[in-house]
Design a protein around this ligand. Structure first.
Ligand code: HEC
Ligand code: HEC
Length: 228
């Protein structure tokens, strides 16, 4: 190839890439309001974003890739943990974090409510299903792929059970994997564990989950059917 041809390939290639880059950037910016549901940006969401900055959560975490890479990305953490689960982590991080420690931050209850509103909003930002591992936590019609859509599956997510338990390959490992729990324990036993783990096993370390009787029933009937 002559120098001249090589130069032309370089110029044309650079130009085409530049046009594509600018075009796609403009196209994305045109869609930002829709993709982020800008209409749902109410005062509490904005207050929550201020809390996020006040406590420098992004010194360790990222949202949409912005922040530090020490701790997990929190864009869709509301799907993974639910509102109560997020609050539980921030109130007592020592119970939920592994060798990577999250510090105890004196976040007030009002600030926690605002933070959850903010993280519920970020979770709904349309990121073209990125990161893909978060999709399976998503609730709502037809979305919770591997867990099915049921009151129990939603409660499992919302009440922070994923923090310590794994279902279908996803979740924490502080407690046993519950993918097959239905083949080990019957519904009645699961209900008793949820009512008071220490009453079933005095050595149990699982904290008593804050559930109403109805929520216990729904979770127990959901878990009793988990077997492979
Ligand atoms: C000094 C670093 C640091 C700061 C600051 C910090 N975190 Fe964390 N956070 C962590 C680490 C590390 C983990 C994960 C530990 C593990 O499981 O290995 C974590 C985990 C979490 C989780 C659970 C993540 C998941 O994937 O389920 C939530 C929710 C969370 N943090 C929220 C917050 C919020 C909200 C703030 C600000 C108020 C904050 N963090 C500030 C280090 C930090
Ligand atoms: C802080 C961690 C933690 C959280 C949060 C948690 N668990 Fe547990 N869970 C455990 C541990 C640890 C065990 C093992 C027994 C023990 O030490 O208590 C356990 C045991 C269980 C068992 C019995 C499993 C077996 O195979 O024996 C069930 C069922 C269960 N948990 C359901 C739940 C549900 C449903 C939730 C959410 C409402 C939940 N857990 C929240 C830590 C947790």
């Amino acid at each position: 190839m002559s120098d001249k041809t090589a130069r032309w390939i370089f110029y044309v290639g650079t130009l085409v890439s530049l046009v594509l880059f600018v075009g796609l950037t403009v196209d994305t910016h045109r869609q930002v309001a829709t993709l982020t549901h800008a209409d749902r940006l109410d005062e509490q969401v904005v207050a929550g974003k201020r809390v996020w900055h006040r406590y420098n959560c992004n010194d360790c975490h990222t949202i949409l890739g912005f922040g530090s890479y020490y701790a997990p990305d929190l864009t869709h953490v509301h799907w993974r943990r639910g509102g109560d689960g997020i609050k539980a982590v921030v109130r007592t991080p020592e119970k939920y974090t592994t060798w990577r420690h999250m510090p105890h931050l004196a976040v007030s209850e009002q600030e926690l409510d605002d933070l959850v509103a903010f993280l519920a909003w970020t979770a709904e930002i349309d990121t073209n299903q990125w990161p893909p591992q978060d999709e399976k936590f998503r609730s709502g019609a037809g979305r919770a792929v591997s867990l099915g859509v049921s009151a129990g599956a939603n409660l499992f997510r919302e009440k922070g059970c994923f923090a310590c338990h794994t279902l279908e390959g996803t979740g924490g490992s502080a407690g046993p994997d519950l993918t097959d729990v239905g083949s080990r324990l019957n519904e009645e036993t699961i209900r008793s564990i949820l009512a008071d783990p220490q009453a079933v096993d005095p050595e149990a370390t699982m904290p008593r989950p804050p559930l109403t009787e109805r929520e216990r029933d729904e979770l127990a009937s959901f878990l009793a059917t988990r077997s492979s």
